[in-house]
Design a protein around this ligand. Sequence first.
Ligand code: NDP
Length: 240
Amino acid sequence: MTKTALVTGGTRGIGHAISLGLQQAGFSVVATYHGNEDAAQKFRDETGCAAVKFDVADYAACEQAVQQIEKDHGPIEVLVNNAGITRDGMLHKMAKESWHEVIETNLTSCFNMCRLIVPGMRERSYGRIINISSINGQKGQFGQTNYSAAKAGMLGFTKALAMEVAAKGVTVNAICPGYIETDMTAGMKQEVLDSIIRQIPVTRMGKPDEIADLVCFLASPKAAFITGATIAANGGQYMV
Ligand code: NDP
């Protein structure tokens, strides 16, 4: 039977590349999205995969969606927590809403999805969870106290959960992409991007496929001995 992989924010950007990669690897992929209907429909037409709309920050919405997805597509074997947003601003000017929105969408979403999906993985003694964090969760970033905190939080979450489920055949890993060419970075000023590229030893931004390939490996049975890891894919911009 085809195994099911769920990719949050899987209809655009890095998530889109991950969905395609997992589909090519033989998974039945379900992608989620939040509001961009055009991207979701394009994704459905292009892949034949399901795209399901709900807010990953809303526990009740996640619960309803996960139940329906497992009913329609079977147990979720691979979960990729990829959905994320930025709401940049310096702390002394940051609205409380920008803090909460970023923490809830990037970090609380990992709790929501894992809380709902991990019990089934434990029962079946197999699962793969991949959390998409960020270079800015590792090193901090000017104007991103909210985003850096959320992405750093994902790293602690990954390690703690990895310990809890390791003996049950479930691995949990985090990927920290550097700057990748997607809509998220397309919104940045060119001079800011140029100054970032000057800090990247490979002298370019990354491509969504370069993150997707790593996800596909971590999602495979071959990656059974990798868990609780934080894996950087940043062109050498930040070496820990
Ligand atoms: P995009 O902005 O291109 O896509 C974000 C995706 O997440 C979209 O599918 C969007 O849905 C979905 N999404 C956003 N908010 C919610 C929500 N509340 N509920 C459900 N889905 C939601 O982002 P990227 O592809 O650039 O980034 C993907 C991940 O990688 C993010 O976690 C990001 O923080 C991280 N990352 C990105 C880097 C980069 O340089 N691009 C660098 C490091 C990390 P919709 O299409 O409906 O809006």
